[in-house]
Design a protein around this ligand. Structure first.
Ligand code: HEM
Length: 495
């Protein structure tokens, strides 16, 4: 369900409830939601505020809430189908940094740098007991686990053993092979003179990279990578869809049986989907267990699953937790990297001068006669990093010409030259910040940079006949991650 439909569904529920004899229950809901708001102020990042509650706000030193809050509805009616854009607009209406609107339960990148300092997340993901929590093994992986001992353990495991710079580096041959497969496919399109569906190509590429890191060399066996891709897509639909509990936990508590009936269909879909994930992950785990002894004999570095199986007991976690971590790697690692690549290509098509500048840099800094850009060549390509940063910058307000694609801002002499994305510069948080910062930064960047460099190095790119730069549709659609509404079709040519 899109953001607009979610909002409409939410408002419809409110309308039905308020026009019925359920008013007493609504009042209870109101009471319970204000209690939970009070609780949030002491524990979580949900630092909402209330115009009518100024005294308490002053005591708690919270900034003022954006104007236009309604009872029950909070600021929901002010949030459109692109919530990050609405949040930005709400922030700019307020005289100081705006805290998230009052209904907003999931932690998202806040609209202004200064508010980012106060809102790094402690709770995230499906609420305990919700159908989607069941899908992710009771929210026991890294991304959805609430802050606490378990999260600290799984996060430590992932950052110490799976996503270290050394480990990411150890996958460079795998990345090289996957990039050459994409290049070979694009060469076929050049020979046939047809356009390439870049959205699909980049999604397949980043999913294959993650599948390979998780499942090893044999990830293509029995079409496992395709199955992973399909399951990740369904995850995204289920998490990005409308889940009553996430929006109105108080209502669900108050109207237990009605809500259970309302979400029955969703429950079944989630259970069936979880079963498919579990079967696949169980196969991956038991395959690895079978060949683990010979792996140790040969002393080879293993994939994510090998590493997890060798250390998980030390961390006091279970086999289901291992599966939850693996599932989380797919969900967090696939959509993100492929979207960065797709947005980067779309922006470069709309900005030919940036594209030429990037191609010149890449071609000048790749040794002559080399068929592909290698990872060791990337260090001498600062404009490539600036293009990636600019793609990640995603329209926040406090920038010069915020809506324009201007990688130069991150280059020497640019107004954001020293700005980095590792969570220290609060005006630029594409990977989040604080204790929940993305642990996959190195993995994601390695995937994006080598692929983008090779797309630019090996080909010249054109828009399909009849299309001009201004016709590249950058309309975004809200979901678990933001993505382009239209498929990006591009025509490759040999340079
Ligand atoms: C360019 C690609 C990527 C982008 C833009 C990105 C972005 C993000 C963001 C914004 C968050 C939330 C941070 C917060 O709440 O403060 C996050 C969390 C996370 N990401 Fe990434 N990510 C990328 C790639 C990856 C990859 C490749 C992996 C794994 C292989 C990964 C694993 C995770 C995990 C496990 C979390 C949850 C961390 C926690 O809750 O402790 N990400 N990512």
């Amino acid at each position: 369900m899109t953001g607009g439909v979610q909002v409409a569904a939410y408002q419809l529920i409110l309308l039905v409830l308020s026009s019925s004899s359920l008013l007493p229950l609504l009042l209870r809901l109101l009471a319970s939601s204000s209690t939970s708001r009070r609780r949030c102020r002491h524990g979580s990042n949900c630092n909402d505020s209330n115009d009518g509650d100024k005294q308490q706000q002053q005591q708690l030193l919270l900034p003022p809430s954006p104007p236009g809050r309604l009872p029950i509805n909070g600021h929901l009616h002010l949030v459109g189908s692109l919530p990050h854009v609405s949040l930005r607009d709400l922030a700019s209406c307020s005289s100081t940094s705006a805290p998230p609107p009052t209904w907003w339960s999931a932690p998202r990148a806040p609209p202004r740098p200064s508010s980012a300092r106060t809102t790094t997340s402690s709770r995230r993901g499906p609420r305990p007991g919700s159908p989607t929590a069941g899908l992710v093994y009771g929210s026991s992986g890294v991304a959805f686990s609430p802050y606490g001992h378990h999260w600290r353990q799984v996060r430590k495991l992932v950052t110490t053993h799976l996503l270290t710079l050394k480990k990411v580096h150890s996958y460079r041959c795998a990345r090289r092979e996957e990039v050459s497969l994409v290049i070979a496919k694009i060469r076929e399109a050049v020979a046939a003179g047809v356009a390439v569906d870049m959205s699909a190509a980049m999604n397949t590429f980043s999913n294959d990279i993650i599948s390979r890191a998780v499942s090893g060399k044999f990830f293509r066996a029995e079409g496992r990578n395709k199955l992973f891709r399909e399951l990740v897509k369904t995850n995204s639909n289920l998490f990005g869809g409308f889940n009553l509990e996430e929006y109105l936990p108080g209502l669900v508590d108050s109207l237990g049986f009605l809500c259970r009936w309302f979400r029955l269909g969703n429950n079944r879909a989630v259970d069936a989907h979880h079963k498919r994930w579990d079967e696949l992950l169980e196969t991956v785990v038991s395959d690895h267990e079978r060949r683990n002894s010979s792996l140790h004999r040969h002393g080879r570095a293993g994939d994510f699953t090998d590493v997890l199986l060798s250390v998980y007991q030390e961390y006091g976690i279970t086999r289901d937790h291992v599966k939850a971590i693996l599932m989380g790697m797919f969900a967090a690692g696939t959509g993100t990297s492929s979207l960065v690549l797709e947005f980067a290509m779309a922006e470069l098509m709309r900005n030919p001068q940036c594209r030429t500048k990037l191609q010149d840099e890449i071609r000048e800094n790749t040794p002559e006669g080399q068929e592909m850009v290698e990872e060791e060549n990337l260090g001498s390509m600062p404009y490539l990093r600036a293009v990636v940063k600019e793609t990640l910058r995603l329209h926040p307000p406090s920038w010069e010409k915020p809506e324009e694609f201007m990688p130069e801002r991150f280059m020497d002499g640019g107004n954001a030259a020293g700005v980095d994305f590792r969570g220290n510069d609060f005006q630029f948080l594409p990977f989040g910040a604080g204790r929940r910062i993305c642990p996959g930064i190195n993995f994601g960047l390695a995937t994006v940079e080598i692929m983008l460099a090779n797309l630019m190095y090996c080909f010249d790119w054109q828009l399909p006949v009849g299309m001009e730069e201004k016709d590249v549709d950058m309309t975004e659609v809200f979901g678990l991650t933001m993505h382009l509404k239209e498929t990006l079709m591009l025509v490759p040519k040999l340079p």
